[in-house]
Design a binder for this molecule. Structure first.
Ligand SMILES: [Zn+2]
Length: 289
C-alpha cells in the first residue's frame, strides 16, 4: 500500500517544460526572467455568447490560481492590466524593450477560411489570424498560446492566447455538464476557466504531459472542470523554475553566438516561426446552431 501510494505521488508531481523546439530535449527550455511582472490584458470584446462579463471573471480566476502559487514560492507575478482593444496576437519586434509587448487574451469569433483570401501571403507565414481577426489554426484546438522568445537563450518576451469560438461553446457555469451534441451556455460545455488555467500553464513555460490528472493534459472533454485546479506537478514547476530570490532556471548553458541578438519564434506546427501549443480536442465537436 505504501509503495503504491508513493508511486502515485511521484507520478503526479511531474511536469514537462516547453522548449524552443517542441519535444526536442536538446533545445533550450523557455523561461521568463526572474522578478518579471507578467501583465496580461484581456481583449475588451470578450466573447459574444457568454452571458454578461462572466468570461472576464473566469479568465481572471484562471490567472489568479497560478498567481496564488507564484506568490508562495516564486519570483514571477501575474497581474491584470487594462482591457485592450488590440486583437493582434503577434510579437512586434520594434517594441522596446521586447517585454513591453502586450500579452493578450482574446476570443476569435470566426474562421479564417472564407475570410482570408486564398493566396494571401498570411496563409504561409501564419499571420492570417491577426490580419483578418479569425481562427487560423486547426478546428479541433480549443485554444492556442503563442509564445515569442529569444533564439539565443530562450527567454520569453511575449505570450498571447486565442480561443476558438467558431468550434467550441465557451461556458462559465459550474453545473450541470452539457450532454455532448446539446451544448448551450447554460451547462458546462467548454469551460473558460478550465481552458484558461491550462493555457496560462503554457504561458508560464509548461508543455503538455500525458497524465489525465494534470492541468497540462492536452485533452479536454465536454463538461470538464478538473483543470481549474492545479495538479501537484504544475505547482512544483512554478517553485522549481522560478524560485523566489534566485535566477529563473534554464535547462542548460545558453549557446552564445547563435543568431545573437535576433529574435525568432520556432514551433511545433507546420507554421514556421511560431511556438503554438494547443489545448487540443481530439473529440471533434462542431457547434450546433
Ligand atoms: Zn495545451
Amino acid at each position: 500500500m505504501i509503495h503504491a501510494l508513493l508511486a502515485t505521488v511521484i507520478l503526479s508531481q511531474t511536469y514537462s517544460r516547453s522548449r524552443q523546439v517542441e519535444l526536442d530535449t536538446t533545445s533550450q527550455c523557455l523561461w521568463w526572467k526572474e522578478n518579471t511582472t507578467i501583465v496580461y490584458r484581456i481583449n475588451s470584446d470578450g466573447n459574444a455568447e457568454t452571458p454578461g462579463d462572466t468570461e472576464f471573471t473566469a479568465i481572471q480566476r484562471a490567472f489568479g490560481t497560478w498567481q496564488t502559487e507564484l506568490a508562495g514560492c516564486a519570483s514571477l507575478t501575474l497581474q491584470e492590466g487594462p482591457r485592450t482593444s488590440s486583437r493582434q496576437a503577434t510579437y512586434d519586434s520594434t517594441v522596446d524593450p521586447p517585454a513591453a509587448n502586450e500579452n493578450i487574451i482574446l476570443f476569435r469569433q470566426r474562421r479564417c477560411a472564407g475570410v482570408a483570401p486564398n493566396g494571401d501571403a498570411c496563409w504561409s507565414d501564419g499571420s492570417c489570424g491577426s490580419k483578418y481577426d479569425c481562427w487560423q489554426y486547426t478546428e479541433g484546438a480549443i485554444a492556442i498560446t503563442t509564445t515569442s522568445f529569444s533564439p539565443r537563450n530562450a527567454q520569453v518576451f511575449d505570450s498571447d492566447i486565442e480561443l476558438n469560438t467558431p468550434s467550441f461553446i465557451f461556458t462559465t457555469v459550474d453545473s450541470p455538464p452539457c450532454v455532448r451534441g446539446s451544448e448551450t451556455v447554460n451547462c458546462i460545455a467548454t469551460d473558460v476557466q478550465n481552458t484558461m488555467t491550462h493555457e496560462v500553464g503554457h504561458l508560464l513555460g509548461l508543455a503538455h504531459i500525458n497524465d489525465a490528472a494534470s492541468t497540462m493534459n492536452p485533452r479536454a472533454v465536454t463538461g470538464e472542470l478538473t483543470k481549474r485546479v492545479l495538479d501537484p506537478g504544475s505547482k512544483k514547476f512554478v517553485c522549481d523554475v522560478y524560485p523566489k530570490g534566485q535566477a529563473s532556471k534554464t535547462c542548460f548553458i545558453p549557446k552564445l553566438g547563435i543568431e545573437s541578438g535576433k529574435l525568432a519564434k520556432t514551433g511545433c506546427t507546420e507554421v514556421p516561426g511560431l511556438t503554438m501549443l494547443a489545448l487540443g480536442a481530439w473529440l471533434s465537436r462542431r457547434r450546433k446552431r
